[in-house]
Write a protein that binds this ligand. Sequence first.
Ligand code: UDP
Ligand code: MG
Length: 314
Amino acid sequence: MDISLIIPCYNEELNIKPFFSLCLKTFPQNLKIEYIFINDGSKDNTLKEIKDLIKENKNYNIIGLDFSRNFGKEAAMLAGLEKSTGQYVALIDADLQQHPKYVYEMYNYINENPDYDCIACYPAKRKDSKPFKILKKLFYKTINKLSDIDFYENASDFRLLKREVVNSLLELKEYHRFSKGFFSYVGYNCYYMPYQVEERKYGKTSWNFFSLIKYALDGIIGFSTFPLKIATFIGVIAFIISVLYAIIIIVQKLTLGINVDGYATIVCLILLFGGLQMIFMGILGEYLGRTYVETKKRPIYIIKKEYQTKERSE
Ligand code: UDP
Ligand code: MG
């Protein structure tokens, strides 16, 4: 098998067949390709479309993994990586926003430059709104400062990986998955290639503002323990200031006999530190909650049924 294509699908009924036809048009006949469609608990007819595709294209190597419910794109990508047998593995969206011609381009590039172990595509131009662009910049700045690994700004999940990289990725078994972090974590020699993002023709994106914030937090919490240290830092500073202030008050009281009043100051300080403590308890809770979930070792996805065109060889 030359390339395994991993295609996570969530409510993509209108995209499955056009995606497959586009692949057939794009890839040369002699290239051996394994198509792995993962139906991530879609609520439309995505599964039926995948099953039809398998029925109608017996000469191709197509696998359909049907999840028992929606587990998320990260889980779908993991299932695909585990199933793949290709010498190279490409992750691509089903929504036709990522043209398969880039997979072929990546494949050729890595064959001509064998020193690279993986190729990651990044959008040449993105039509994000200004506030979104600023938030994204802020996220990458923060995460690069806070964690030990380097995150390449804008690099997407649209990638081609050598088998060694896939094997390393498969060793990361954690439940909270943040693949951008995993790709950086495993290291290897990665080449970044620009690509033109197409408009989504059918269906709609499954991201909204809140899910993106949650995703960003997953990234920061999953790859850095720095937020846990901020509380210590602020605590130490507050302690030093309060000791100094206490000495000043005592000296004032003993030498000048000044009655220190300051109702407003006290109320403000109580509210300030009450608020800070709540925030840091929340941060602690985020880490603790994740540790709790990780210790349960629940499966990351559940496959209800598997479909395929061929008996698996290799
Ligand atoms: N996807 C998935 N499970 C989900 C959400 C999305 O498998 O819970 C798939 C989706 O079908 C698509 C890919 O992940 O193939 C990217 O999703 P989407 O187009 O919503 O993201 P965007 O392109 O807007 O980043
Ligand atoms: Mg998309």
